[in-house]
Design a binder for this molecule. Structure first.
Ligand SMILES: Nc1ncnc2c1ncn2[C@@H]1O[C@H](COP(=O)(O)OP(=O)(O)OP(=O)(O)O)[C@@H](O)[C@H]1O
Ligand SMILES: [Mg+2]
Length: 233
C-alpha cells in the first residue's frame, strides 16, 4: 500500500476492569486499511470485534498501543486528540445493528442532525440529507417518521446518517443482521459504492455468511488478536 492508510492500528490492547476479574479483550491488534477500502472483520462471539470498533470510534479508552487516522496519531498509549466528541462527529461514522433513529424527528432530520451539530445551516444540512437519501433509495420516505419504515429502509437511513458529515472512516457493527439476503447484499453494495466515491475506509463487523464472500480483504479476530486473510478473486 503506497498511500497513507486511512486507518492504522498497531499493537492495540484493551483490558476491561482490573485485578482478578480483568478481561483482556484486545491483545495487540494490527490493522491497515486504505482510503476507499471496505474490509470485513469476523470472529466468534466475545472475540473483541465490538471492542475494536468502540476503541477506534473513541467510545471507549484503549489500554495500550497506537491508532492512526489518515497518518495522524489519535492514540499512542493515551489520547492524542483533545476533543474526542469532535473526532467522533467529524471523522467517524457509525452504523449499528439496530438503526437507533430518533423517533421524534422525521427521516430527513435524523440524517441532517449531525451536519447541523457540526455547524451547517439547517437548509444546507437538509439538502445534504436529501441527497444521501436519494443515493440510498429512501428519499420517498424523507418526511416519514422512522418507526413507519421497514427494517431495510431504516438501515439505509442509518447509513445515510453515518455518511452525512462525509467522514473518512465508517465503522459498521453487524449492519446487515436484521436484513434478508437481498437487502443485506444491497447494503453492502451501498457501502462499497460510497467507499469508492468518497474514498471512505470502512470496517464491517459481521457474522453474515451471505456477505462475507463480498469482501476483498477479511480480518479474523480470535481471542483478542487479528489475522488477515487475503481473498483470492
Ligand atoms: N464493558 C465490559 N466490561 C467487561 N468486559 C467486557 C465489557 N465489554 C466487553 N467485555 C468482554 O470483552 C470481550 C470482548 O467483547 P466484545 O463485545 O468486543 O466481543 P464481540 O466480538 O463484539 O462479540 P459479539 O459477536 O457477541 O458481539 C468479551 O469477553 C466480553 O465479555
Ligand atoms: Mg459485538
Amino acid at each position: 500500500m503506497n498511500t497513507t492508510p486511512a486507518i492504522e492500528l498497531r499493537g492495540l490492547c484493551k483490558r476491561y476492569g482490573s485485578g482478578d476479574t480483568a478481561v483482556d479483550a484486545l491483545k495487540g491488534v494490527d490493522m491497515r486499511i486504505a482510503p476507499g477500502e471496505v474490509v470485513g472483520l469476523v470472529g466468534p462471539s466475545g472475540s473483541g470485534k465490538s471492542t475494536l470498533l468502540k476503541s477506534l470510534g473513541a467510545v471507549i479508552d484503549p489500554t495500550a498501543g497506537q491508532m492512526f487516522l489518515g497518518g495522524e496519531a489519535i492514540f499512542d498509549g493515551v489520547w492524542k486528540v483533545k476533543d474526542l466528541r469532535t473526532l467522533r462527529r467529524d471523522r467517524i461514522g457509525f452504523v449499528f445493528q439496530a438503526p437507533y433513529l430518533i423517533p421524534f424527528l422525521d427521516v430527513t432530520d435524523n440524517v441532517a442532525l449531525l451536519p447541523m451539530l457540526a455547524g451547517k445551516s439547517n437548509k444546507e444540512a437538509r439538502r445534504r440529507a436529501l441527497e444521501l437519501l436519494e443515493a440510498l433509495d429512501v428519499a420517498h420516505r424523507a418526511k416519514s417518521n422512522p418507526s413507519l419504515l421497514s427494517g431495510g429502509e431504516q438501515q439505509r437511513v442509518s447509513i445515510a446518517r453515518a455518511l452525512a458529515n462525509n467522514p473518512p472512516v465508517i465503522l459498521a457493527d453487524e449492519p446487515t443482521a436484521p436484513l434478508d439476503g437481498e437487502r443485506a447484499l444491497a447494503v453492502v453494495k451501498i457501502l462499497n459504492d460510497m467507499a469508492q466515491q468518497h474514498q471512505t475506509a470502512i470496517i464491517v463487523v459481521t457474522h453474515d455468511e451471505k456477505i462475507i464472500p463480498t469482501f476483498k480483504r477479511l480480518y479474523h479476530i480470535r481471542d483478542g488478536k487479528t489475522y488477515e486473510e487475503s481473498v483470492s478473486t
